[in-house]
Design a protein. Structure first.
Length: 201
């Protein structure tokens, strides 16, 4: 009898079409050169990232005119919901912000509790710019693996999963999932956009 899988953690990984990727890149770089970005994208209070997250009146989708990406993320949300076996859920953006990780920057573990889905989209991602990392959310299993020395490379035994950033790639997950950003060890900035989606009904 095969081993069965229970309590999985779903992820959706999608690459934007070239037209969406190019339009998004050009608009974001133009935005970052603007006075609005200099006002909104500031150092985080407790992290080394520069972000617009703490500006309640800022939305990277609106401020940079990212209509193509907005449609792409909403469609990804619908695909995620369908992929986990749920009936269609009307969704809207709760937050949309930009993160700039200069060389040496990283971000500690956190989650986006209260939202339905969260996602990150990579605008610029040089090699070794910092993986997106998710620890095994079952703390008892992490402790068991460490105590019994049964961690391994197989996905059933891994204490965490990491995703290497790729320009034009979207990674979507349920908002409860804790995650962190490894250190940017490249000599260029890592630029990503982040989104929280919530129910619109």
């Amino acid at each position: 009898m095969p081993v069965e899988l229970w309590f999985p953690v779903p992820f959706l990984i999608l690459d934007a079409a070239p037209a969406v990727r190019e339009a998004t890149h050009d608009k974001v770089m133009k935005y970052l050169a603007s006075g609005r970005a200099r006002e909104n994208v500031t150092p985080a209070p407790y992290e080394s990232v520069h972000t617009s997250y703490y500006r309640d009146d800022a939305s990277i989708l609106r401020d940079a005119g990212l209509t193509e990406l907005e449609a792409f993320v909403l469609e990804a949300g619908r695909e995620f919901v369908s992929g986990v076996g749920l009936a269609a859920i009307p969704m809207r953006f709760e937050r949309a912000w930009i993160n700039v990780f200069q060389p040496g920057a990283q971000e500690g573990q956190h989650s986006h509790d209260g939202s339905l889905l969260s996602a990150t989209y990579y605008v610029a991602a040089p090699k070794n710019c910092g993986d997106l990392a998710f620890p095994d959310p079952v703390s008892e299993r992490r402790a068991h693996r460490a105590f019994t020395r049964t961690t391994g490379d197989h996905f059933l035994l891994a204490p965490e999963v990491t995703f290497e950033p790729q320009p034009g790639r979207l990674i979507m997950f349920e908002s409860w999932a804790a995650h962190s950003i490894h250190c940017n060890k490249s000599d260029e900035p890592r630029i990503s956009l982040a989104f929280n989606l919530r129910r619109a009904d």
